[in-house]
Design a protein around this ligand. Structure first.
Ligand SMILES: [Zn+2]
Length: 201
C-alpha cells in the first residue's frame, strides 16, 4: 500500500472512529502488511486486536472481520499496540507489532513520544494542539513505517468457528438468553453482569 492509499484509508477510518487518531493510520499499515504476508486463506480471515483502542476499528473497517460476525476478538487487556490476522481453518497467522527500538527519538520525535505516551500537556489536553500533533505523528510514521512495523509468523492456540451457546428461557425475566453451564438465570438477573437499574421500581 502506498502512503497515499494509507492516507485515503485514514480518512475513512477517522470517520468510522468519529475522531482523528494517528493510531488508525499506523493500524492501517499493520493490517495491510499482515494480510500481504498471510496470503490467501483456506476459510475465513479472522483477527485479534491486542489493544482496547484504535486497532479494532481499523480491523473492522478494512477486513470485514467485525464484532457482530465474531471474526474479530479484542484482547484489550494485553494492551499492546499489536494485531494478528489468521486463517480460521488452520490457525496460521501473522502478528504485527511495533519495534520500539527502531523508532528514533531524534529523527521522529513526535512518533517516539506518541508510543511512549509522552506528548506534551497541551497535546494531551486536546483541541488544536492534539490535532496538529496527530498530523505530525502520521507524517513521521509514513516516512519510517516499513522499519518500525515488525511481523511475526504465528499459530493461534484456539481457532475455528466460535461456539454458539444454546438458548434458554430465564426463570426470572422470561427473556431468552444464551445459556452457559445450564444456568437457569441470565447473567443480569443472577447479578453477575447487572449493568443497569430500572428508572421506576
Ligand atoms: Zn433474566
Amino acid at each position: 500500500m502506498t502512503s497515499e492509499e494509507i492516507l485515503e484509508w485514514y480518512e475513512k477510518a477517522c470517520a468510522f472512529h468519529t475522531k482523528r487518531a494517528p493510531g488508525l493510520a499506523i493500524g492501517i499499515a499493520m493490517v495491510d502488511m499482515c494480510r500481504a504476508r498471510l496470503g490467501p486463506v483456506k476459510e475465513k480471515l479472522n483477527a485479534i486486536s491486542e489493544s482496547p483502542a484504535c486497532l479494532c476499528d481499523v480491523i473492522q473497517l478494512m477486513t470485514g472481520c467485525t464484532m457482530g460476525n465474531r471474526y474479530v476478538k479484542s484482547y484489550g487487556e494485553i494492551g499492546r499496540f499489536a494485531l494478528t490476522l489468521y486463517d480460521r481453518a488452520d490457525g496460521r497467522g501473522v502478528r504485527a507489532y511495533i519495534d520500539l527500538d527502531k523508532i528514533s527519538a531524534s529523527k521522529t520525535p513526535e512518533l517516539h513520544k506518541f508510543f511512549l505516551r509522552q506528548r506534551s500537556e497541551a497535546v494531551k489536553a486536546g483541541g488544536e494542539e492534539r490535532l496538529k500533533s496527530g498530523d505530525l505523528v502520521v507524517k513521521e510514521f509514513l516516512a519510517v513505517r516499513d522499519q518500525i512495523i515488525a511481523l511475526q509468523d504465528v499459530f493461534i492456540e484456539k481457532f475455528g468457528k466460535s461456539e454458539m451457546l444454546p438458548a434458554a428461557l430465564c426463570k426470572s425475566c422470561h427473556e431468552s438468553f444464551l445459556c452457559h453451564n445450564k444456568a437457569e438465570e441470565c447473567a443480569s438477573c443472577s447479578g453477575k453482569l447487572k449493568y443497569y437499574r430500572p428508572v421506576n421500581g
